[in-house]
Ligand binder design. Structure first.
Ligand code: SF4
Ligand code: SF4
Length: 345
C-alpha cells in the first residue's frame, strides 16, 4: 500500500469515523502533562507533545486490575470458587504513540506472551490494539533511542506511522491491521513525490538531533558474575531513595504483585504494579528478604534491563531510550551512566 496524505484538520473527523468501530485513545494535555485518554468528539487530542510523562503501558497492563473474584460464604453455591472477573476487550486504537513506547510493548510482549507462559489479559488486549505512531520531529535532550535499536521514526512495532509535515500528515500503513484501519477511516489520497521526499528528510534530520547516546556493544559478552560483583554499585545506588518513580514511568518495567481484598464474604484478587526498588518487593512469607539493602535493589533494576533480559531473550536490552527515568528521577540517577559503567567493565 502506498503512503497517503491527509490535511491536519481532517484528523479529528477521521478519528470520529474510527470511533464507530474502535475505542480511540489519544494524547491529551491535563494540568501541564500529557497522557493517553479516550478521544472525545470535541477533539481533546493534542499532538504537540514530546512524550507523555507516564508511558502508555497501563493501556495494556493496568496499574491496578481486578483479575479474579471469589465468595467465602460456605452456604453460597459459589462458595470458595475463584472465578475470572469478566472483562471486555473492544477493538482499540492508540493514536500518537511514540516509536519508543511502541517498541516497549514489543519487548514486554516477549515476557507476557511466549511458549511457556501467556498472560491472558495482556494477550487479549494486545490482539485488540492497533498502534498509530507519531514520528518524533523534535526529540528531547534525554532521548537515546538510536543507541538501543530504536529511533524517532522506528516503524517495527507500529501498524501505522504518521509523519508531521506542518500542514499535512503523511500516513503510512505498516501492517494488515493498519491497512484495514486506513480503509475504515477513508484515508485514500496518495502522497505526491515532494511530500514523500520531505518525510524522508524529516526522519534523517530527527535521527541527527538525538544528542544522547549509550554504549551497548560489549554488554552481551559480559559475564553475569563480573557485572553482579562490579565495584561501582555502591556509587550508582548512593543517592537513590527507592521511590520507584523510574520503574512506574518506564514502558518496559512489568513487575506486579497480587493481593486479595475481602469485604465480609466477598473477595477480589487484584494485580497491582510493583517495583524492584521497593524494600518489600522480594520479602518472602518466611520473613527472609534476599534484597534487603538499597544497593541490591538498584543493582537488580539495571542488571535486569541490561543483562538478565539480554541473556534470556537475545533481543537486546530492555530499554528503549525514552529517557523518562533520566528526566524524572528526583536525585538524578542516570541510566546512561550505568550503561557506560556496565559496558565498560
Ligand atoms: S527514580 Fe531515582 S530515586 Fe527513585 S527509585 Fe528510581 S533511581 Fe531511585
Ligand atoms: S530510558 Fe529509562 S524509562 Fe525509558 S525505557 Fe529505558 S529504563 Fe525505561
Amino acid at each position: 500500500m502506498s503512503d497517503k496524505i491527509i490535511k491536519k484538520e481532517e484528523l479529528t473527523n477521521i478519528l470520529k469515523a474510527l470511533k464507530e468501530t474502535y475505542e480511540v485513545i489519544a494524547p491529551v494535555k491535563e494540568n501541564g502533562f500529557y497522557s493517553f485518554k479516550p478521544f472525545k468528539d470535541g477533539g481533546n487530542i493534542d499532538l504537540n507533545f514530546t512524550n507523555t510523562r507516564l508511558s502508555p503501558k497501563s493501556l495494556l497492563f493496568p496499574q491496578s486490575e481486578r483479575i479474579f473474584e471469589f465468595n467465602l460464604d460456605e452456604k453460597s453455591k459459589d462458595g470458595y470458587i475463584v472465578k475470572e472477573h469478566p472483562k471486555d476487550y473492544p477493538p482499540s486504537v492508540i493514536v500518537g504513540i511514540r516509536p519508543c513506547d511502541a517498541k516497549a510493548f514489543k519487548l514486554v510482549n516477549i515476557n507476557f506472551d511466549n511458549p511457556e507462559f501467556k498472560d491472558p489479559w495482556w494477550v487479549k488486549r494486545m490482539e485488540a490494539m492497533t498502534f498509530i505512531g507519531l514520528g518524533c520531529n523534535e526529540p528531547s535532550s534525554t532521548c537515546f533511542c538510536t543507541s538501543v535499536g530504536c529511533g524517532p521514526f522506528n516503524e517495527e512495532s507500529l501498524d501505522v506511522m504518521l509523519f508531521d509535515l506542518e500542514e499535512y500528515f503523511l500516513v503510512r500503513a505498516l501492517t494488515e491491521k493498519g491497512e484495514k484501519l486506513l480503509k475504515q477511516g477513508r484515508v485514500d489520497k496518495d502522497v505526491d513525490e515532494g511530500l514523500q521526499k520531505k518525510a524522508d528528510e524529516l526522519r534523517i534530520k530527527a535521527e541527527k538531533k538525538i544528542s544522547s547516546s549509550v554504549p551497548t556493544d560489549k554488554l552481551k559478552e559480559k559475564k553475569i558474575n563480573d557485572l553482579f560483583n562490579a565495584p561501582f554499585w555502591d556509587d550508582v545506588a548512593f543517592a537513590c531513595i527507592n521511590c520507584g518513580t523510574c520503574t512506574f514511568l518506564c514502558p518496559t518495567c512489568w513487575c506486579f504483585d497480587i493481593q486479595d481484598e475481602v469485604t465480609k464474604t466477598v473477595g477480589d484478587r487484584i494485580r497491582n504494579w510493583d517495583s524492584c526498588m521497593f524494600p518489600l518487593f522480594t520479602l518472602h512469607a518466611s520473613g527472609h528478604n534476599p534484597r534487603p539493602e538499597k544497593v541490591q535493589r538498584v543493582r537488580q533494576r539495571f542488571m535486569h534491563k541490561l543483562n538478565y533480559y539480554v541473556d534470556k531473550y537475545n533481543t537486546g536490552v530492555a530499554c528503549v531510550g525514552c529517557g523518562r527515568c533520566v528526566k524524572y528521577c528526583p536525585v538524578n540517577v542516570d541510566i546512561r551512566e550505568v550503561f557506560s559503567l556496565m559496558n565498560g567493565l
